[in-house]
Design a protein around this ligand. Structure first.
Ligand code: ADP
Length: 264
């Protein structure tokens, strides 16, 4: 049976809130986790609203096919893929043009952050799986991939944080969900190396006046700064938990060696 989506009459309710109850400048609830996969060199899991995304990093590693090797730096390859069950209609498992385009723009958004020149003739491969999609998956994928790269211990100039801004019912809104993305007047995904202030992704679908564009850019930066702080906190918590584990282990070791000494 084909699922028919009800087209909303309005995206902003009379009380000024959005259909999902958010304020116009509010992010969706976000959850970041790192080190979620044991086989990859680095990994991350991201939930941004109803988006669920896993990113896995392999590398720097020997590059195949060899003729793609770059003599002065590593080759970054990102692969964005949507699971067949990630959207309301079953998605064909065949790679689509949209997935190829998103793989390219995600690679371009992450590339400036990585010290690729440290690893000539190697590849760094980032695999991104969209488990569930609800608008803004390219931005959430960049957030996940950036965390997975950091988790893999790859030297970064900065973390890359991303978020979309747009327009619905004439108002500039932050972090669009699927309905707002589809039925809103504009959608502008952006990514930044936040601390450095470098914008590495800026696309736009729809129309803004110049004033609206400037307002959207500022709102996007505010959203990105919050996401960036959350990314840093997630990484810091991981290293603090490793430190605590190591400290606990060494305490146990000291206690065991004391017991052995007493027995002797
Ligand atoms: P983004 O996810 O970065 O916003 P798009 O604007 O291309 O990228 O897609 C918007 C949303 O449309 C996606 O997040 C997803 O929820 C939905 N979508 C994308 N591709 C499909 C598809 N093949 N079938 C159903 N929904 C899709």
């Amino acid at each position: 049976m084909l699922f028919e989506e009800k087209i909303p009459e309005k995206l902003i309710r009379n009380d000024g809130l959005r259909l999902d109850g958010r304020k116009i400048d509010e992010l969706r609830p976000i959850k970041f986790e790192v080190g979620v996969l044991s086989q990859a060199d680095g990994s991350a899991y991201v939930e941004q609203g109803r988006n669920k995304i896993i990113a896995a990093v392999y590398g720097p590693r020997e590059l195949h096919p060899k003729h793609l090797a770059l003599q002065d730096r590593a080759l970054l390859r990102c692969l964005y893929r949507m699971a067949t069950f990630s959207v309301s209609e079953r998605k064909s498992p065949a790679p689509s043009r949209r997935e190829a385009e998103l793989s390219t723009i995600i690679t371009q958004a992450l590339q400036p952050a990585i010290f690729l020149e440290y690893y000539p003739r190697t590849s760094i491969d980032v695999y991104i799986e969209i488990i569930e999609a609800d608008g803004g998956t390219r931005c959430a994928s960049i957030n996940a991939a950036s965390l997975a790269l950091a988790d893999a211990g790859i030297p970064l100039r900065d973390l890359v944080a991303a978020c979309a801004v747009g327009k619905a019912d004439g108002q500039i809104i932050l972090d669009l969900n699927d309905l707002e993305d589809k039925y809103g007047e504009a959608d502008m995904p952006m990514a930044m190396l936040y601390r450095r202030g470098d914008v590495t992704l800026l696309q736009m679908d729809g129309q803004f006046t110049i004033d609206e564009f400037n307002k959207a850019l500022e709102l996007g930066k505010t959203g990105i700064s919050k996401i960036y702080q959350l990314q840093k906190e997630t990484l810091r918590n991981k290293y603090l938990s490793i430190r605590d584990e190591v400290a606990d282990e060494s305490e146990v070791r000291i206690e065991i060696s004391k017991e052995v000494e007493e027995d002797e």
